[in-house]
Design a protein around this ligand. Structure first.
Ligand code: NAD
Length: 440
């Protein structure tokens, strides 16, 4: 069994010991077993006339609280076990966030950068054909994840609507705003993480342990990483004058560092210009190298390993799972870790960090803003009535503050780590409804 899935199931057992009373074996076994695992090969006509098949999965973990909900990942290392672990985390996350969904996840084993745009579109449509009977607004509502984006969701929503014979916008979330998407959805995971961090800092009695302007390092500069870096530098949505200073960022090619603070918006602008001029991708390092000489001053290049081990107040993993492990946990010097990626800290690393008194705000709470944003998009699609950004972020703030307070209460009550409190609270929520429904 993969370490990621094993860690997830171990944590659920530990949470059950904390939150569930005696003789809960049946409900726990049912909870840990996914409802359905779809496994398929997607045939794709390649531009050179050949045909290739790509392995794909959709795991529907638990729908006690509502339709399955969770992203679709395109990644060359994806496996069925990874998707199962991620689907399980989604069930916990939706319940913690208080949205009426269960948990699911999908993936295709592919490096999307190896495909042309036309091949990527055919693959995306092929995924929908493979799972069509099992998804839909009331059954299972996918969204983007690593390696997929709003455009992939647009192709998928279009394919679903074509196969249905009418427009079904609520079948997918994370769509472009022009095509039934929601204002605010793209920044929702990051903004949710920001709200959780803000609420967490309000509770920390001894702020003297932290620097005056809170230094932050962000691993990963994709959808989540870029947005959180921008939001931290601004101190929120649209406001200016921030207590945070982002000093390091990384992507899969390497890391950049500037102790005076990184101009995140300038980097995003340069990357956008490169992509608009036809380049498939522009790394952080490249963006710095092509900056005007004056603005480039103060920047240094680091490895990804260096970034994780920087002496900062807040480290934000926003790339992939298993980034902080037994091997590098001893080198971590941050004081707080905000897990915006799913599963970035391994079980052994978690214990090592606890010994070093480094607090970890766990993924199922910290990155739940994405699924709350998806819930808002689904609601708007069903009502055919769209909100302004202000309304979106105001409501998101409310959901995330309340999710944080729920976990904080569980932590105070059970006297356990943030991760165990979040898992225990989530498990209690879902298994309670499973019992009410008479499933166990
Ligand atoms: P993305 O594909 O947009 O970005 C991933 C980023 O990570 C890219 O910049 C990539 O270059 C970088 N990366 C990959 N390997 C790296 C490494 N070893 N070191 C440093 N950087 C590396 O993906 P995303 O949507 O931003 O998702 C990131 C994480 O957040 C994932 O774990 C995902 O499951 C989780 N998440 C995403 C959402 C969402 O709304 N997109 C919601 C909840 C959780």
């Amino acid at each position: 069994m993969s370490t990621f899935l094993k860690n997830t199931l171990t944590l659920i057992d530990e949470a059950a010991d904390i939150a569930l009373r005696q003789n809960q074996g049946d409900v726990l076994t049912k909870f840990k077993t996914p409802d359905r695992v779809l496994e398929f090969e997607i045939p794709v006509h390649m531009d050179d006339g050949s045909e290739r098949k790509f392995s794909g999965w959709r795991v529907q973990h638990n729908n006690a609280l509502g339709p399955y909900k969770g992203g679709i990942r395109f990644h060359h290392l994806s496996t069925k076990e990874e998707v199962t672990a991620l689907a399980t985390l989604m069930t916990l996350k939706t319940s913690l966030a208080g949205v009426p969904f269960g948990g699911g996840k999908g993936a295709v084993r592919v490096n999307p950068r190896d495909l042309s745009r036309a091949e990527l579109e055919r693959l995306s449509r092929g995924f929908v054909k493979a799972v069509f009977d099992h998804i839909g607004p009331e059954k299972d509502v996918p969204a983007p994840d690593v390696g997929t984006n709003a455009h992939v969701m647009a192709w998928m929503a279009d394919e679903f609507s074509r196969l249905s014979g009418f427009n079904v916008p609520a079948a997918f979330t994370g769509k472009p705003i022009e095509f039934n998407g929601s204002k605010g959805r793209d920044a929702s995971t990051a903004y949710g993480g920001f709200v959780v961090l803000r609420e967490y800092l309000k509770r920390v009695s001894d702020l003297s342990l932290l620097s005056q302007d809170l230094t932050c390092a962000v691993q990963g500069f994709g959808n989540v990483g870029a947005h959180i870096a921008r939001i931290l530098n601004r101190g929120g949505m649209g406001s200016f004058g921030s207590p945070f200073r982002v000093v390091a960022l990384s992507d899969s090619k390497g890391a950049i560092y500037n102790p005076e603070g990184i101009n995140v918006e300038e980097i995003m602008k340069i990357q956008q210009e490169k992509i608009s001029s036809g380049e498939a991708h522009c790394s952080l390092e490249k963006a710095i190298r092509i900056m005007p000489e004056k603005t480039r001053e103060g920047y240094a290049f680091l490895t990804n390993k260096d970034l994780l081990e920087l002496e900062v107040d807040i480290l934000i993993p926003a790339a992939l799972e298993n980034q902080i492990t037994f091997e590098n946990a001893d080198g971590i010097k941050a004081k707080i870790i905000l897990e915006l990626a799913n599963g970035p800290v391994s079980e052994e690393a978690d214990k090592a960090l606890a010994r070093k008194k480094i607090e970890v705000i766990p993924d199922i709470l910290a990155n739940a803003g994405g699924v709350v944003g998806s819930y808002f998009e689904w609601v708007q699609n069903l009502q055919r009535y769209y909100w302004e950004e202000e309304e979106f972020f105001g409501k998101l703030d409310g959901f995330m503050t309340s999710a944080f307070r729920g976990v904080a209460r569980a932590r105070d009550g059970y006297k356990v780590s943030w991760r165990h409190a979040a898992y225990a609270q989530a498990l209690e929520n879902v298994t309670g409804v499973m019992k009410l429904r008479g499933w166990v």
